[in-house]
Structures are given as structure tokens and as C-alpha cells.
Design a protein around this ligand. Structure first.
Ligand code: 6GU
Length: 242
């Protein structure tokens, strides 16, 4: 999978060198390209923003650097992936469609994603119109109902959620099957040794007996029940109505 990121803060994305994502890059499973949006400005101050037309607080990102950046990145990507390659362009945006595990699953099957990180109050609306006219596939994705200062932190989160689902990135693919949200429920509680643990206050805490029973049917039923209880308690919105 190829991922390009357009941002005025490429340093924000340094953590993509680390851990699982860093390893995926070194193994050739992820080809990540960070781009500085200011590279597509032409004035002395490398200006990417201006005041909002019609007035109002804050600044708006100018359309010209974005249009040039998308054209250049599309060219670069097509030189690598072939002339017919088409990226999915993702704008992290609190006004976007909620990003969820199902989104991560779909996007993990993409050949190429371009993330475009807005800052300030947002990006001039004509950039979206231009991209649609040029035949780009565009998505606006939100992490949740709160506001971040820009798309960079969202790109870190979305990239991690997507890339860990690319075949070969997570060593034990079975660990992806039972985790929260994979089946629409929250994950059941987990325990490891010691089965009988005395906590620092002297309280003895036993792991549930069923987990030591060796009865896989009973264990699966217990886990299903606790997943359901937990989901009902913490995330009733995930359960079917009724
Ligand atoms: Cl994707 N971007 C920004 N800037 N803020 C957010 C968000 C995204 N998701 C939640 N808040």
C-alpha cells in the first residue's frame, strides 16, 4: 500500500517510523511519502493561508498550493504504481463521516491513499470541487465529535488503524479477529498468570474459574456474554435496537 500525506507539519508524523508501522515500511508492506504543502507555494513567505472571504475569525487555506500539490503527488504515485492508479484522497475533518473499524477494513484493501491535512479554520471549498472534477475519489473522515487543531493527529490514528489490517503487518492475524469492534461488540475482559494475584493492598484477586477449566465451549460462551454485557453498559449505541 502507498500512502502520501500532505501537511504543513511533516514532523508531526514522525511516529510513523516507530513500532508496527515502522516495521511495515521497512518490510515494504507500506510505502509512505510525507510532503510539505509549502513546497507548492511560490512567494517569499511560502503562504498557505489567507483571511476568510466574507469576514470571520481565523484563516482559510488557499486553494492554489493544494491543487499543485495534488497534481504533483498524483504524478509521482502514477510513476510508481502505473498510469491508471487512482488514489483515495482523505481529508481528516471534524465535519466528515465518522471513521470506524469498517472504514479501516475497506481502506486497508486500497492500493493508494493520499491524506490532506487541513489546518486553521479549513480549506477553501473550491479545492473539493476541483478534485471531484478531476476524477479524484474524495472522502472526509472524522475521528469523533471534538475538534483537533489539524488533520495530522487524525492521520496518525487512521494510518495505524488501516495499516495494521494490511495482510502481513500484524504477525498473528488471529489477534485481529477477537478485538473490539471486529464483530460489532466490545472485547471481553482479559487475564493472564498468575491466576491468583495478591494486589499491593493485600487483596486476593482470582481470575474467573471458567478460564482455567480447559472447556473451550464454556470459555467462548462466557466471553460472548461478557462482550455483550460490556457493550450494553458502555456502548449501548452499538447494539441492535430492542
Ligand atoms: Cl479527522 N480532524 C480534526 N481537525 N479534528 C477532528 C477530527 C479530524 N476528528 C475529530 N476531530
Amino acid at each position: 500500500m502507498r500512502i502520501d500525506v500532505l501537511t504543513i507539519f511533516p514532523e508531526y508524523l514522525a511516529p510513523l517510523e516507530l513500532s508496527l508501522i515502522g516495521k511495515a515500511r521497512r518490510e515494504g508492506l507500506l510505502d509512505l511519502h510525507l510532503h510539505h504543502l509549502r513546497d507548492w507555494t511560490h512567494d517569499r513567505h511560502r503562504t498557505v493561508d489567507d483571511t476568510p472571504l466574507g469576514g470571520g475569525a481565523g484563516m482559510v487555506m488557499k486553494p492554489e498550493p493544494w491543487a499543485e500539490a495534488f497534481a504533483a503527488v498524483r504524478e509521482q504515485g502514477r510513476a510508481e504504481l502505473g498510469p491508471d492508479a487512482r488514489p483515495l484522497v482523505v481529508f481528516p475533518n471534524p465535519a466528515g463521516t465518522p471513521f470506524a473499524q469498517a472504514t479501516a477494513r475497506e481502506w486497508s484493501r486500497r492500493e493508494w491513499i493520499v491524506f490532506a491535512c487541513g489546518r486553521y479554520e479549513g480549506i477553501d471549498e473550491r479545492v473539493y470541487e476541483h478534485l471531484a472534477d478531476e476524477g479524484y475519489e474524495v472522502a472526509l473522515a472524522s475521528l469523533g465529535d471534538y475538534v483537533l487543531n489539524g488533520g495530522e493527529v487524525a492521520v496518525l490514528a487512521i494510518t495505524e488503524a488501516v495499516v495494521r489490517l494490511v495482510p502481513g503487518v500484524v504477525g498473528n492475524a488471529e489477534s485481529l479477529v477477537e478485538e473490539s469492534h471486529s464483530d460489532g461488540l466490545l472485547e471481553y475482559p482479559l487475564y493472564t498468570r498468575p491466576a491468583r494475584w495478591t494486589d499491593p493492598s493485600g487483596t486476593v484477586r482470582e481470575a474467573p474459574e471458567v478460564l482455567l477449566s480447559g472447556d473451550h465451549g464454556r470459555i467462548a460462551a462466557w466471553r460472548r456474554e461478557l462482550s455483550q454485557q460490556r457493550t450494553a453498559q458502555r456502548r449501548p449505541d452499538l447494539l441492535p435496537p430492542g
